[in-house]
Write a protein that binds this ligand. Structure first.
Ligand code: HMG
Ligand code: MG
Length: 299
């Protein structure tokens, strides 16, 4: 088993913020290509309100168009029971619910308070588990909120523990706006592991200030082994002003290769996909490691 598991969130977190609707065939090709690189988790879409995030409105069509790779999970975001019903009709095996450690972001992102979100998630998780689905949980704004500013790590721990108690197999800790720094990230994780075992935690760091790799490195010695990232560093949250992309998958693969920690993922192929999707979106490739690896491969 690889030492590190990467959860690729590019097709969801990476695309959800794109202003122009990305063609369905591009979304499908992106997920299909990523799923053939050795990744075991490729987040494929979101069953959220199309009024809130129009880019994700065709997630059912994306799932219907996939050529599933055995052993690969294709989770989708689900905010409520309506989303769960639609996800189940689409045949998903795994969902992710998403809450926040700040009131301001919770209100703007899912239109309810933190406490209300937990009440909303409880029946969603229960019904999903009943139906045999796996459920992952996100906590956003763990290192800062665009509306509420500094976040007390105790609030992060409370939300993470609440989602774990509901039955989420793993809780992904999101630095939604990428404002964290290494000492702060490590301190936040030290507080959370007091309430949630580290083997049920993942890191989901955005890279706004270029600190995501450093933050991940600062957290590694606490034993966390699951990292979320997006090919080519795509991404951002429409309800988090100033949020930039996720840490690039290519950066993480290069980092772990250098540390001698296996991921089971083919960096060269992810770099090619990053180059392709950046061109499709008309954006510069946001991954330095991807660009460097492609330049090296080109000789
Ligand atoms: P609301 O307006 O309070 O919901 O939004 P509502 O229940 O009053 O419904 C409003 C309308 O939406 C209704 O339609 C519903 O039917 C429809 P109308 O009657 O007006 O025609 N609706 C839905 N349609 C499809 N699927 C659904 C659904 N639910 C309601 N599931 C709600 C509340 C949660 C729905 C809304 O706020 C929402 O969809 N928010 C999602 C926002 C989002 O997707 N943000 C990005 C993902 S989070 C993120 O990026 C952070 C993360 O990456 C981690 C990190 O970086 O920190 C995960
Ligand atoms: Mg995110």
């Amino acid at each position: 088993m690889p030492a590190i598991r990467i959860v690729e969130v590019g097709p969801r977190d990476g695309l959800q913020n794109e202003p122009a609707i990305v063609p369905l065939d591009v979304k499908i090709a992106l997920v299909n290509r990523l799923a053939r690189t050795g990744l075991t988790h490729v987040e494929a879409g979101a069953f959220v309100s199309p009024k809130w995030v129009p880019q994700m409105a065709d997630s059912a069509a994306v799932l219907a168009g996939l050529s599933p790779v055995p052993g690969v999970a294709y989770p989708v975001l689900v905010p409520n029971l309506k989303g769960l019903e639609a996800a189940m009709v689409a045949g998903v095996a795994e969902i992710a619910i998403f809450g926040a450690a700040s009131e301001g972001f919770s209100q703007r992102n899912i239109n309810c308070s933190m406490a209300e979100s937990l009440d909303r998630f409880r029946p969603v998780v229960a019904a999903a588990l009943d139906a045999g689905l796996r459920v992952r949980g996100y906590v956003s704004c763990v290192l800062g909120c665009p509306y509420d500013g500094e976040i007390d790590p105790a609030r992060v721990a409370f939300m993470a523990a609440s989602l774990a108690a509901m039955g989420c197999y793993e809780i992904s800790l999101g630095d939604t706006i990428g404002v964290g720094t290494p000492a702060k990230a490590a301190a936040m994780l030290r507080r959370v592991v007091q309430d949630v075992p580290v083997d049920r935690l993942a890191l989901h760091f955005h890279d706004t200030y270029g600190q995501a790799v450093a933050n991940i490195l600062a957290c590694l010695d606490q034993g966390v082994t699951v990292m979320d990232s997006a090919v080519a560093g795509l991404g951002g949250c429409p309800y988090a002003k100033g949020a930039s992309g996720n840490v690039a998958t290519e950066e993480l693969l290069y980092l772990f290769e250098g540390l001698g920690l296996s991921t089971g993922v083919d960096l060269d192929e992810v770099a090619r996909i990053g180059d392709w999707i950046s061109r499709e979106l008309g954006r510069p490739n946001g991954s330095k490691a991807g660009r460097a690896r492609l330049a090296k491969l080109a000789g």
